[in-house]
Design a protein around this ligand. Structure first.
Ligand code: ATP
Ligand code: MG
Length: 454
């Protein structure tokens, strides 16, 4: 059995004046030295200026679990402009949530003012400048300031709503988050359906943290998830793209993907692929799963990963299918592929706004899937020098790992990279002569774009 993270018995909890519980130094495993020095300094300056201030959110959760926090966030009773006045190198950012970025040495610490989840006036439209909601209940602006307790209740998960005070080494808990860390449970704060409606990205956050922490999703939290999945269509494409990076590029991509499928969330991330994943023995599911296995492994080994590769894998089965339809209609393979790639990307970008700096390499990886086959003579050398060669070669290996038969193409390129210049030349000549052997009839082809391998 796992050791309990908090060293307390429930009956010993001390009441916080704000209605939560305070856990003293003997009741948890944190200590002030675990907190980043800059974050501690910010809390100290704010407290000395008479404000409440805590380290909050993911860093407290991760430290309790013995994980390395990604960043340290500070929450305070000070208003954004009061925070800004206290720190020379700081600026107020954001419209949806106004926060202050305080710059220290090389790091930026986010300082957030306590916010309320309540609509102060009780009506949807009258607090227009501070809190806005769409008719479906989605929050579009949220700048109503509040108490620490209100701040806790507007956060997403109980395990993300723990406030740590380094000055007296205490944890303030308003949502029984410490119990849920102990019990390894992901639980939405408040009424799950309402909270998902307010911000559908919370659906993805539930899946992401359950996967990252290996926690169970509490049944009441899980219950409305499938039903609310469609709300993801209301999330702006740039935000949804950013969220997908966190889902698939944090080292737990495969588990996260499985949870997204379980709760019908994936169909709102890559709608074109989703119907092709129904067949459990099918190539698309194997390819995507393998791509995520490989990405998770690369992250564990501190190797570079790019969203271009992941999205190239997500969309490849769809591109391949459409390209083959275009070929059946008489287009040449490179032209069919290029046209399919353009169409599929154009349909994906309104869902997750993949920036051009990723769609361009995605198309290159796909184009090279054809060109890497035609490697006879001088072509092999030119292909190996293509800036996207490495990714395209990895993509060939991925397709083979997922069970596609490419006639040993991956092995050929692996060997090609391993041998010296003379041997490379003879390998390429061998391909050329074996290509020439069966006399091919030249077919009239539709005009096709020039291969981009110059
Ligand atoms: P990590 O940074 O490790 O991914 P985190 O929990 O710190 O995890 P952030 O996205 O950095 O996540 O957000 C900081 C905190 O802000 C969260 O812990 C949570 O309390 C709150 N939060 C973030 N996004 C939401 C949201 N969509 N709805 C409500 N609260 C949120
Ligand atoms: Mg964080």
């Amino acid at each position: 059995m796992l050791e309990r993270i908090s060293k307390f018995f429930k009956k010993d909890k001390n009441s916080d004046i704000n209605g939560g519980y305070v856990f003293g130094p003997s009741e948890h495993c944190l200590s002030p030295e675990m907190i980043n020095r800059d974050a501690r300094k910010i809390v100290d300056v704010l407290q000395k200026a008479g404000h409440e201030a805590y380290v909050v959110g993911g860093c407290v959760r991760d430290l309790l679990l013995g994980l390395k926090p990604k960043d340290f966030d500070v929450a305070t009773s000070a208003k954004p402009w009061e925070v800004k006045a206290l720190f020379r190198r700081s600026r107020i950012i954001g419209r949806r949530f106004q926060i202050v970025h305080v710059q220290f040495s090389r790091e930026i610490i986010e300082v957030t003012t306590f916010r309320s989840n309540e609509n102060q006036s009780g009506s949807k439209s009258s607090s227009k400048n501070s809190r806005q909601q769409t008719d479906s209940g989605m929050l579009t602006r949220d700048n109503v300031f509040g108490s620490i307790e209100e701040d806790a209740s507007r956060r997403d998960l109980t395990v993300n709503a723990l406030y740590y005070d380094p000055s007296d080494n205490s944890i303030h808990d308003f949502t029984n988050g410490l119990d849920d860390v102990d019990d390894r449970i992901i639980r939405i704060i408040g009424d799950p359906a309402t909270r998902f409606r307010e911000d559908p990205v919370r659906l993805l956050r539930v899946a992401r943290f359950a996967a990252k922490l290996g926690f169970d999703i509490e049944p009441n939290t899980a219950k409305p998830m499938k039903h609310r999945a469609g709300d993801l269509q209301q999330v702006s494409p740039p935000r949804l793209f950013d969220e997908t990076l966190k889902l698939f590029m944090s080292g737990n991509g495969l588990i996260t993907f499985k949870l997204l499928l379980k709760y019908n969330l994936f169909e709102y991330i890559v709608p074109q692929l989703d119907p092709m994943l129904n067949d459990e023995q099918g190539q698309p599911l194997k390819l995507v799963s393998q791509a995520l296995i490989n990405t998770d492994k690369r992250i564990r080994n501190s190797q570079r990963v790019t969203p271009a590769f992941i999205y190239a894998a997500f969309l490849w089965p769809v591109v391949q299918r459409l390209a083959s339809n275009y070929e059946k209609n008489g287009n040449s393979p490179p032209y069919a592929l290029s046209k399919a790639a353009g169409d599929i990307i154009a349909a994906q970008v309104p869902v997750t706004a993949i920036p051009k700096r990723f769609t361009i390499p995605m198309r290159e990886i796909w184009d090279l899937q054809l060109h890497l086959k035609r490697r006879g003579g001088n072509r092999a050398k030119r292909l190996a020098e293509h800036p996207r060669f490495r990714a395209a070669y990895d993509f060939i290996l991925l397709r083979e790992q997922a069970g596609e038969d490419l006639g040993g193409l991956g092995d050929w390129w692996t060997q090609y990279q391993d041998v010296d210049e003379d041997q490379r030349q003879s390998m390429a000549e061998d391909v050329l002569s074996s290509d020439k052997k069966p006399k091919r009839r030249r077919r009239r082809r539709n005009q096709s774009p020039k291969p981009d391998i110059s």
